[in-house]
Design a protein around this ligand. Structure first.
Ligand code: ADP
Length: 401
């Protein structure tokens, strides 16, 4: 069975065609700058590739580029479109409606649309992606939606409520949802596999550290708390996002500077975090390089990030009552061994002991344990793979149907 995995953004659409017999990637690519001008990139599993500028006015036109590339004589990987058995879509916000992946129906599309106020850019783009997919592939190809929030739906109410008047929870569904759920789900399951234990018996803290970052406490395979909230702005400091702060900071700056809610939104989401503190870049690599060269604000940004990670691990250890494993994943978690080292060296009180040499080598796609045999907590680096989770869920639901 060949499954097409789609991640539709407002101006981009990433895809992977996966052969489920061995879970190999047959092709992957990205349509960028949809509705602006348009750039298309496609790479087959054997390295054949193409890249060109092409006007894509909307998601349907982007899908036509994907379709053409998949069956192209030179860079294609299938003979006919009918070889694509099903399509799986990543959806950011499933609200309180979707607690697991589901097959797409008109009602499901309407429900995703109803959640647009909670994730305006993302969910609107996802709906466009699903509809474009139906336009190009037809109604007979089954589609499945996999939600970033679903894995977090097990959180107890004490963890997901905000202490604002209850009526806003009732009126607008204002609460913590959490994001990156597909990634936390993948790495936690993989961690249990690597430990050779049943996930039901494990208490874990998974750290997804990328451009956007979140940390999750998982008890017996079920999320009990996560750092991102109503939107992906809460939690630890990120590339351009603040992470958690005293809400008064928002009203104080807005009043002083005369910013509108929308201007404040841009400040908190796009101008803060690594970029705002260092003044250098939102990218961890650039900030680390600047710190190395003696830039004090870049060093401060790094120290703050590591401090935030440390605080969440401490808080979630208290929530879980014990911690068996800590997992690092995503761009920074998988590649920047210095952050892992600095954080883990401060976790001696939990009995964490990592092997610095093994840790330094666990970069660029390496999967494995970085803690020593003496460590009371197993610490892993596990490259995340959200696409494979989407493809597996899609296959399971299609087979069941
Ligand atoms: P996104 O949240 O956009 O998916 P990623 O998970 O790709 O982001 O993470 C992006 C971050 O990971 C950037 O800050 C980048 O500096 C860092 N990163 C990615 N690759 C490397 C690498 N090889 N070495 C160090 N840092 C890396």
């Amino acid at each position: 069975m060949k499954i097409l995995v789609i991640n539709a953004g407002s101006s981009s659409m990433k895809y992977q065609l996966i052969d489920m017999t061995d879970e190999s990637i047959l092709a992957k690519g990205n349509c960028e700058r949809i509705g602006i001008d348009g750039h298309f990139k496609h790479t087959a599993g054997d390295g054949r590739s193409c890249e060109y500028d092409v006007v894509m006015n909307n998601h349907t036109e982007a899908f036509i580029q994907i379709k053409n590339a998949l069956i192209d004589e030179k860079v294609g990987v299938i003979k006919e479109l009918s070889e694509v058995s099903a399509i799986g879509h990543r959806i950011v916000q499933g609200g309180s409606i979707f607690k697991e992946s589901v097959l797409v129906t008109e009602k499901v599309i309407e429900d995703i649309e109803s959640l647009i106020p909670l994730a305006p850019l993302h969910n609107a783009a996802h709906v466009q992606g699903i509809r474009a997919c139906i336009d190009v592939f037809g109604k007979d190809v089954p589609e499945v939606v996999v939600f970033d929030t679903a894995f977090h739906s097990t959180m107890p109410q004490t963890a997901y409520m905000y202490a604002v008047p209850y009526e806003y929870y009732e009126k607008y569904a204002v609460r913590r949802y959490g994001f990156h759920g597909t990634s936390h789900r993948y790495v936690s399951a993989r961690c249990a596999e690597l430990m050779g234990k049943d996930i039901k018996d494990l208490k874990m803290i998974t750290c997804h550290l990328g451009n956007g970052s979140s940390i999750t406490a998982i008890d017996g395979g079920k999320v009990v708390d996560t750092s991102m909230g109503l939107t992906p702005l809460d939690g630890i400091m990120m590339g351009t996002r603040t992470g958690c702060l005293d809400p008064s900071v928002v009203t104080f700056i807005a009043e002083k500077e005369g910013f509108t809610p929308s201007e404040m939104d841009t400040l908190l989401n796009k101008k803060s975090g690594f970029l705002g503190i260092s003044g250098v870049s939102s990218d961890d690599r650039d900030v680390c390089a600047a710190a190395e060269a003696g830039n004090a604000r870049a060093q401060l940004a790094i120290d703050m990030l590591e401090y935030h990670i440390l605080k969440y691990i401490g808080a979630y250890t208290a929530v879980l009552g014990r911690v068996d494993a800590i997992v690092f994943t995503a761009g920074i978690g998988e590649n920047q061994s210095s952050h892992r080292e600095n954080v883990c060296h401060k976790l001696g009180y939990l009995g964490v002991e990592i092997d610095d040499k093994v840790n330094a080598k666990a970069i660029r796609g390496v999967e494995g344990k970085i803690s020593t045999e003496n460590s009371k907590v197993d610490v892993f680096v596990i490259p995340t793979n959200e696409e494979i989770v989407i493809a597996r869920d899609t296959m399971a639901l299609v087979n069941k149907a």
